[in-house]
Design a protein around this ligand. Structure first.
Ligand code: HEC
Ligand code: HEC
Ligand code: HEC
Ligand code: HEC
Ligand code: HEC
Length: 496
């Protein structure tokens, strides 16, 4: 009986598609173990054994479909299935050795709109990847080399600026902000380098480590620029058999982002999204930076709009290069929760404001030490602001229109040990972490305000939450915008 059942199940497995077998070899003909073999776009894959052999039973296998094989360190291989042939040998070419620093970066921007393109070695990435180009252009990465706040902090004439302190050094700022300029002066970035964190540099990364000290950005990754006449593009997919694409698992991991989004200088956390994420529940749950910041639109079905090898894919497997940030309503919706409640105690009005970091994958707010969040509370009756008897007020650095008013800030504040109390404190000088009042992932904060009740009319109470990119006094000194975003507003009316 048992033997019969076994026989039947083998027959059932073998019946629909054909069972394919084969061998994965490298360029020298040696077997490759542990390569991921699949029918292109199929969700299931098998691994090749120590002898390079594989057995693939996929009911969707049919002549004309392709099978692909990939292993980190090799170019992805593929073969088109033929009628009546069930055994295949796939060769995985080696990735060109080393990193050729003379490699000229490829631009994102197509010079004109004429297509299709066929040479995919040095053609502008955006000539074919048009949707991705448009998404990336809307992201902060596309402007990192020309962001006026960055340039002012780097080389502005008004104190503090890195170049005023160190006219002959580069500060390593370019390793993250202008990675295609190498170690140079960001202000000199021309041509492709001026594209900031662009397509080509991001897709030449084979492996990455969190940044630390002076080892940050492109110094914290393994760049694999090919020699003249060759092209290698690294990515998250293992089934792109076009002869130059390489599968690198790091693309789907937070570690990838950490080369630039993590750096302590002298132990002080300057950029800290990665370490905060690692300490959060999201790390254990497999929710990566990409899960939230590169979430796809659920509609796109192709990763390239043109070019040989372009195929339809499940929208759920594709991502967005918008790198959703606090300007993206979809990212913020549901991530932050806030509530405003009131209570009367004789001639006192008690206002409580509660804010929860519900679904932000790290501290709230995130980003550079210039970034901060604040809540301001207003209470008035008969057109008259009520007097605050007890509760926190906004500090001087929130600017003349808010300082002293009821409210609270959420910020990572650094202090310049040379004694300068100005914000922002320049992280390239000797600084200490003065305070960190941001809200960790999953955490909440409650502040209470007591107002003296006056007048007879209804009492209007409001709470406004804002995220600002920088400090008003500093922005004004440089003629720049503080980049304020209103994150939430709550209003209540209490009748008497
Ligand atoms: C900050 C680095 C970064 C930049 C800049 C960048 N990419 Fe990506 N790209 C990634 C990562 C990370 C993934 C993997 C996303 C995932 O796994 O969800 C990816 C995925 C892809 C994919 C696979 C398809 C997909 O939806 O995942 C393509 C194609 C691609 N990028 C092309 C481009 C092009 C073209 C540009 C420039 C217009 C570009 N990338 C800019 C990091 C970057
Ligand atoms: C000639 C058109 C064309 C050009 C130019 C082009 N690509 Fe692609 N790219 C494609 C096609 C087609 C695919 C495969 C689509 C698929 O498998 O669904 C692809 C796939 C990719 C992938 C996925 C690789 C993987 O294994 O995850 C990445 C990443 C990528 N391209 C990045 C780039 C970058 C960076 C540039 C510029 C240096 C570029 N592409 C230029 C057409 C192009
Ligand atoms: C080569 C360095 C580098 C890598 C790799 C990188 N980033 Fe960035 N990222 C930057 C820089 C620099 C900025 C700041 C740009 C600016 O504001 O001028 C930035 C900005 C951002 C922003 C917007 C912040 C804002 O102020 O609006 C988000 C979101 C972001 N990155 C997410 C990611 C994610 C997710 C990854 C990994 C998939 C990643 N980045 C990989 C360098 C990098
Ligand atoms: C669970 C979803 C989630 C995960 C995971 C996540 N983030 Fe965020 N991130 C957010 C939300 C929501 C915001 C907007 C609120 C804020 O600015 O703090 C944000 C803000 C940011 C910002 C500032 C952007 C801005 O405009 O204010 C950066 C930079 C950033 N994240 C980088 C990262 C990096 C790097 C990782 C991985 C180490 C990561 N994030 C993981 C949800 C997430
Ligand atoms: C480890 C990589 C890294 C290095 C090194 C680095 N930055 Fe940044 N920088 C970032 C990232 C990532 C962001 C985006 C975080 C955010 O959203 O605030 C950023 C944001 C900024 C911002 C805020 C921009 C804005 O519009 O909100 C300024 C200003 C800035 N950096 C200046 C500098 C200067 C000056 C240096 C050199 C002394 C430097 N950075 C070195 C990664 C880096």
């Amino acid at each position: 009986m048992r033997r019969l059942a076994l026989l039947m199940s083998t027959l059932l497995l073998a019946a629909p598609g054909e069972t394919l077998t084969g061998t994965i070899v490298d360029t020298a003909g040696q077997p490759v173990e542990g390569a991921r073999v699949r029918l292109r776009t199929s969700t299931a894959f098998v691994l090749s054994g120590p002898d390079g052999r594989f057995t693939l039973a996929d009911p969707a296998a049919a002549p004309g479909r392709e099978i692909t094989a990939a292993r980190p360190g090799h170019i992805i291989g593929g073969v088109t299935l033929k009628e009546g042939i069930f055994h295949y040998t796939l060769a995985l070419p080696a990735i060109p050795e080393g990193d050729d620093a003379t490699y000229p970066w490829v631009t994102a921007f197509p010079e004109d709109d004429r297509a299709p393109r066929t040479d995919f070695g040095r053609e502008p990435c955006g000539a074919c990847h048009r949707r991705i180009l448009a998404e990336w252009q809307g992201s902060a990465h596309a402007r990192s080399a020309v962001n006026p706040r960055f340039l002012a902090f780097f080389g502005g004439g008004t104190d503090p600026s890195f170049k005023r302190d160190s006219p002959t050094a580069d500060g390593g700022c370019a390793t993250c902000h202008v990675p295609m300029a190498g170690d140079g002066d960001p202000r000199q970035a021309a041509g492709v380098a001026g594209e900031g964190v662009g397509c080509d540099v991001c897709h030449k990364i084979a492996e990455a480590r969190p940044g630390n000290g002076a080892v940050t950005g492109i110094r914290a990754v393994d760049l694999r620029r090919p020699p003249f006449g060759r092209q290698t593009v690294f990515g998250p997919f293992d089934d792109v058999p076009r002869g130059r694409d390489a599968f690198a698992p790091v693309y789907a991991e937070s570690r990838y982002c950490a080369a630039c989004h993590q750096a302590r200088i002298g132990g002080v956390p300057i950029y800290s999204e990665f370490e905060e994420w690692r300490a959060s529940r999201f790390a254990g749950a497999g929710v990566t930076c990409q899960t939230c910041h590169m979430r796809g639109d659920g509609r796109a079905t192709t990763m390239s709009d043109l070019g040989p090898g372009r195929i339809e894919r499940d929208p759920r497997t594709l991502s967005s290069h918008r790198f959703h940030d606090s300007r993206s309503p979809d990212l913020l919706a549901g991530a932050i929760k806030a509530s405003l409640t009131t209570e009367r105690d004789g001639r006192t009005l008690i206002v409580a404001f509660e804010i929860t970091n519900h679904e932000v994958g790290h501290h709230l707010p995130a980003g550079s030490p210039m970034r901060h969040m604040l809540v301001s509370i207003e209470a008035e009756a008969d057109g008259q602001a009520l007097e605050l008897i007890d509760g926190p007020v906004l500090p001087h650095w929130t600017g003349s229109d808010l300082a002293g008013k009821p409210g609270r800030t959420y910020a990572k504040l650094l202090r310049d040990l040379a004694g300068d109390a100005a914000h922002p404190a320049p992280p390239w000088r000797a600084v200490v972490l003065e305070s960190d009042t941001r809200i960790p992932a999953g955490g909440e904060d409650r502040s209470t305000y007591r107002f003296r009740l006056e007048g007879t009319g209804p009492i209007r109470i409001g709470a406004t939450v804002r995220i600002r990119r920088t400090f008003p006094a500093w922005a004004e000194a440089h003629g720049l915008d503080i980049g304020e975003i209103e994150v939430a507003r709550h209003n209540l009316t209490v009748s008497r």
